[in-house]
Design a protein around this ligand. Structure first.
Ligand code: SIN
Length: 169
């Protein structure tokens, strides 16, 4: 997908709380038909090659809203974002809904067929893995706690994120 003008990027994981990229504007928003899941493995940020952490991706979920934060970015920002999200994520087009209406934007999603995909696991197992794993970007646990904090700060509810947070605590 070639991007030639500023476009909205929807963040639903670390992009919500870790902005190491410039943006023109940011707004809380949601995307529909997608659910956030801790199903993506991370050996480049929150774990190691032989012991990957768990980070979020999106799974198809008709009628379900995923709440997050969108950022309006210049095209050149994608060089950095693509590198940051390189471990299995690809950019896909998506409709992002704000209070003021909808825009067409992009989101980074790690599909089921990427090599780092882990898929579902019992919550207790997931929490143990998250508590154990640390990678170049820090503790996997902090990823979860920061995400939960950011969602709460925006007044968003995501029972799964809050459940995983409670278990890692
Ligand atoms: C995102 O935050 O939108 C993508 C997943 C991540 O980097 O945690």
């Amino acid at each position: 997908m070639t991007i030639t003008q500023p476009i909205w990027v929807f963040g639903y994981g670390s992009l919500i709380w870790k902005q190491d990229f410039p943006y023109l504007e940011s707004r809380p928003g949601r995307i529909t038909d997608w659910a956030r899941r801790f199903w993506q493995g991370s050996h480049d940020h929150r774990g190691l090659e032989h012991d990957p952490g768990r980070v979020v991706t999106l799974v198809s979920a008709p009628g379900v809203d995923c709440h997050g934060r969108a950022f309006l970015v210049e095209p050149e920002v994608f060089e950095h974002l693509d590198h940051r999200e390189k471990n299995g994520y690809e950019r896909i087009a998506v409709d992002i809904t704000f209070e003021s209406g909808s825009v067409r934007g992009v989101v980074y999603r790690a599909a089921e067929d990427n090599p780092a995909f882990l898929g579902p696991a019992p919550l207790a197992e997931m929490a143990a893995q998250i508590n154990r794993c640390v990678g170049p970007s820090g503790a996997n646990r902090d990823y979860v706690l920061e995400l939960a904090r950011a969602l709460r700060g925006m007044g968003c509810t995501d029972p799964l994120v809050f459940e995983v947070e409670a278990r890692v605590l």
